[in-house]
Design a protein around this ligand. Structure first.
Ligand code: TIH
Ligand code: FE2
Length: 319
């Protein structure tokens, strides 16, 4: 007969993603990228003993529970040697190349040759200075988890050492990068406020906002430079932890562009060697303020986020 079934209701997909309410709810177990299997172009690719050592250190991070002290590691003489080389080289470059905030905070940690610092001790110092803390992690986290951690004033840190064949630069985070690049800056309150705002904005961000925030983080916290007079000084951890990158940034091989958090950000890369472009903040306070303003603008006021993906209604409950 001529009757037709009513057209089906358009399907509304609902994804409920619980926003972490505490650090315990931020997943630190899902590791991306290099993780356990090193890529072929990683300096440790052919070194089985190095890979085994990393696995053992990764297991310690996986077993760690929020609130417990971070286990102390005994570093091998090879690892101590790498630490010594990196510290010695970088220490010589900081007076000219690092920003004033870094120079002020660096002595708080009393880094010494022959003693690889323990994450737990540094975390205690940070708690006292700015209220931040360190949580150990096995490798590169998913960006959402990593950024969410920042909302809880927590910096996820690796605990293994870079490969001894290439102390001047490593394509991934390692202990030297965390200790020398990130930790001193996290003792500066303005810097911490800026990083915290990125973390808070990430809590209710959708996937494309997470991607944008990751790039903002990358081009500032990892590779940012700041003007002091007419000189460019590093505050990004990827520069501060690599004497290869520091030289590269300082010797005019790259170009510089003003940083704008609203602009479409270029592709990030952490495998292809040094950056060929660095983003510049006019001053640290001004840059930090702009970034904070931007991040609070994109934080949705409501807990319900509705949007359309390829014509399909999509609801996300942010709770
Ligand atoms: N390239 C940095 C170093 O050698 O210390 C480490 C990284 C920074 C950012 C990503 S990996
Ligand atoms: Fe980093």
């Amino acid at each position: 007969d001529g009757t037709k079934a009513a057209a089906p209701e358009p399907k509304v997909q609902t994804e409920v993603r619980r926003v972490p309410q505490s650090l315990e709810e931020v997943d630190n177990g899902q590791i991306l990228g290099f993780g356990a299997d090193l890529a072929e172009d990683h300096p440790g690719f052919k070194d089985q003993a190095y890979k085994d050592r990393r696995m053992a250190i990764a297991d310690i991070a996986r077993a760690h529970r929020v609130g417990d002290p971070i286990p102390r590691l005994e570093y091998t003489s090879e690892e101590v040697h790498v630490w010594n080389t990196v510290l010695r080289e970088l220490r010589g470059l900081y007076p000219d190349g690092a920003c004033a905030e870094f120079q002020r905070c660096f002595p708080l940690f009393d880094f010494k040759e022959d003693v690889v610092p323990q994450l737990e001790d540094l975390s205690q110092i940070l708690k006292r200075e700015t209220g931040w803390q360190i949580r150990p992690v096995a490798g590169l986290l998913h960006p959402r988890d990593f950024l969410n951690g920042l909302a809880f004033q927590t910096f996820h840190s690796t605990q293994y050492m870079r490969h001894p064949s290439k102390p001047m630069y490593t394509p991934e985070p390692d202990l030297c990068h965390e200790l020398l690049g990130h930790v001193p800056m996290l003792a500066d309150p303005d810097f911490c406020d800026m990083v915290h705002s990125i973390g808070v904005a990430s809590l209710c961000a959708d996937d494309s906002q997470i991607w944008h925030l990751t790039k903002i983080y990358w081009f500032t916290v990892e590779f940012g430079v700041v003007l002091e007079g007419d000189e460019k000084k590093a505050f990004g951890a990827g520069i501060l932890s690599s004497y290869g990158e520091m030289e590269h940034m300082r010797t005019g091989k790259a170009y510089f562009v003003p940083f704008d958090p609203h602009a479409k950000q270029p592709k990030m890369s952490y495998k292809d060697g040094y950056q060929n472009r660095y983003f510049v903040l006019k001053s640290f306070k001004d840059g930090a303020q702009k970034l904070r303003d931007y991040c609070s603008d994109i934080t949705p006021p409501d807990i319900m986020v509705e949007r359309e993906i390829s014509g399909q209604a999509f609801k996300e409950i942010c709770m």
